[in-house]
Design a protein around this ligand. Structure first.
Ligand code: ATP
Ligand code: MG
Length: 561
């Protein structure tokens, strides 16, 4: 492991755990879990929860389970189960052999429901869904009791058995907890605990036609697994009394639920339902589209697991909801890639130049530094010849006042190579610049007498003959609004940025990249960090995704502040 692992900041959750350790509440044990519902791919919000749950287990020498909360067969799928496993592993966490499914507990949960009925604490209700809603009341008005609430235990047992045996249709009846229809907490107004659903479950097949509600299954699954600290997001704070009620009525092991604020990010939506909509309605190219805030999207985009974990550490956990600036996430990525990414030269919008005083058919190899942040990454040789490509916007025919790169009669330094001067501009019939004729000063390369001669600009380049063709995909924010969900009158899809993807097909990159593999990350000098695409790239087709630009708006904010 890393030698100087930074000491994790304490937070209110750790303080509660420390207190429990002091009072020996759980016999010194810390056992957490990450409980996704397999109804979509994991997003960066889930990453926060994963880092928190696995991180706490790691730091307290405890354990963290992976449990799939698969209580809704209609929306769940093995594709999601597989992707969730892959994403957690990729983030660098390991749940050992502790992989569980709420569906493993369906028999046990059924028994618990029967036990509640026997205690007179649950009943089968035949009100229609509309009537149930009506009877429930509102936050300011108490609800009223269902006419079916006083059924006898025997009758309830028989009806619940019939529900289980498929003798009713979906919606005919549900099993409800018998708590308090006038409770100020709506979750306590006789919530549903089992409903009929004649759907095939991805694990239990057609064994069941009744399924436990999430609220019933979740807390009890934690209890079955002996979870000591059940960490969840704030919207479950109002559900805690209900979970406690189930645990107390059934007199089973009682985990401590602790709520924390979910992660919200600017320019982003983080709800599986909304992300699914983006996928289904083809606003993006699948769950792992590099513009998606999913872990698989970020992976394909070139983010590193370390940078996501650092980000999670930086944002910490709090009890109050807040929104994190997307720039902070990008800052974490840059910080990591800056230290590790191989630097290379790549020209995204090529303009050809010919160095007229450089010998025809000559090639020389110039030394370039692989990463100035890390000497051990060494150097490489970059071929230089008479015909090169430079970036089209590194040339201006009539340069504006602050432009210090190439222009007619002006000089510029080619990175790791010579100073050149633009002697002549060649245009096509429409007047477009198609080539520059330049001269070079042979005394200006590294080790030569005028190696240190200063000119105002330095630009990157590739040798035309040696360059490799590549496609480059540039991404912008998927939403053009900072808070795409703020306007409740409008659908969030109305704020999708129409220019979130720009594809450049004629890019030229240095030959060093001939062996680049899908997933490899590099910095194209001056252009940003890039990652070889894992889906569309192959031996004949080099495709790069831009991970992030080099401009760090977060760093700028820090300096200003
Ligand atoms: P979504 O609202 O995106 O659909 P969810 O809460 O329904 O998410 P689950 O699969 O139930 O998704 O979530 C698994 C775990 O991840 C839960 O413990 C949940 O609290 C946590 N989680 C989900 N979204 C976030 C978020 N934005 N920030 C922090 N934790 C989150
Ligand atoms: Mg959920």
């Amino acid at each position: 492991m890393e030698e100087n692992k930074t000491v994790k900041q304490t937070n209110f959750i750790r303080e509660i755990i420390d207190e429990h350790l002091k009072t020996n509440k759980y016999e010194g044990k810390v056992h957490t879990r990450f409980p996704p519902e397999p109804n979509g791919y994991l997003h960066i919000g889930h990453a926060k929860s994963i880092c928190l749950n696995f991180g706490i287990a790691e730091d307290y020498n405890g354990l963290c389970n992976l449990r799939f909360d698969d209580t809704n067969p209609a929306k769940e799928d093995v594709e999601y189960v597989d992707s969730i496993r892959e994403d957690i592993r990729w983030l660098g966490f390991d749940w050992g052999d502790r992989e569980y499914f709420a569906s493993d507990y369906f028999d046990k949960l059924y028994e618990y429901a029967v036990e509640l009925i026997k205690k007179g604490k649950a009943y089968v209700d035949h009100l229609s869904p509309d009537e149930i809603r009506e009877y429930r009341g509102t936050p300011t008005q108490p609800g009223k009791n269902s006419p079916y609430r006083e059924r006898t235990v025997e009758e309830n047992l028989e009806l619940f058995e019939k529900m289980k045996n498929g003798e009713f249709n979906e919606g005919d009846c549900i099993l409800r907890a018998k708590i308090d229809m006038s409770s100020p907490n709506i979750n306590m107004r006789d919530p549903a605990i089992y409903r009929i659903k004649k759907a095939t479950h991805h694990r239990t097949g057609d064994k069941w036609v009744i399924y436990p509600m999430y609220d019933f299954a979740h807390g009890l699954s934690d209890s079955i697994e002996g979870i000591t600290h059940s960490l969840c997001t704030l919207e479950f704070e109002n559900h805690r009394p209900l979970y406690d009620w189930f645990l107390d009525e059934l007199n089973v092991f009682h985990p401590q639920q602790i709520e924390f604020a979910r992660l919200n990010l600017t320019f982003t939506v983080l709800s599986k339902r909304k992300l699914l909509k983006l996928v289904n309605e083809k606003y993006v190219d699948g769950w792992d589209d590099p513009r998606m805030p999913t872990i698989s999207g970020f992976r394909r985009r070139g983010y590193t697991p370390e940078s996501i974990r650092n980000f999670a550490d930086k944002i910490g956990v709090a009890k109050r909801d807040s929104v994190v600036d997307f720039a902070l996430l990008e800052h974490s990525i840059r910080e990591d890639l800056n230290k590790r990414a191989q630097r290379v030269m790549g020209v995204l919008n090529p303009l050809k130049i010919t160095i007229t005083n450089y010998p025809k058919n000559q090639t020389e190899e110039l030394e370039a530094i692989n990463n100035p942040e890390d000497e051990t990454m060494g150097k490489r040789l970059v071929p230089f010849s008479r015909e090169l490509y430079i970036e089209r916007d590194d040339f201006q025919e009539t340069p504006h006042r602050k432009f210090h790169r190439l222009a007619p009669g002006r000089e510029v330094r080619l990175r790791y190579a010579y100073i050149i001067k633009c002697e002549e501009v060649i245009k096509d019939e429409q007047g477009n610049v198609i080539e520059l004729l330049c001269s070079y000063d042979p005394e200006t390369k590294s080790g030569s007498p005028n190696a240190n001669r200063k000119v105002k600009g330095t630009i990157h380049w590739v040798s035309a003959h040696h360059a490799i063709d590549a496609e480059v995909r540039l991404y912008d924010r998927l939403f053009s609004e900072e808070f795409p969900e703020a306007d409740k009158e409008k659908d969030f899809t109305e704020f999708i940025n129409p220019n979130s993807l720009e594809i450049l097909k004629n890019c030229k990159v240095e030959p060093f990249l001939k062996d680049a593999k899908p997933g490899d990350r590099v910095q194209f000098e001056r252009k940003g960090y890039f990652c070889v695409d894992t889906k569309s790239a192959d031996e004949n087709n080099l495709v790069f995704n831009r991970t992030v630009t080099l401009r760090d708006s977060w760093q700028k904010l820090l300096k200003k502040g």
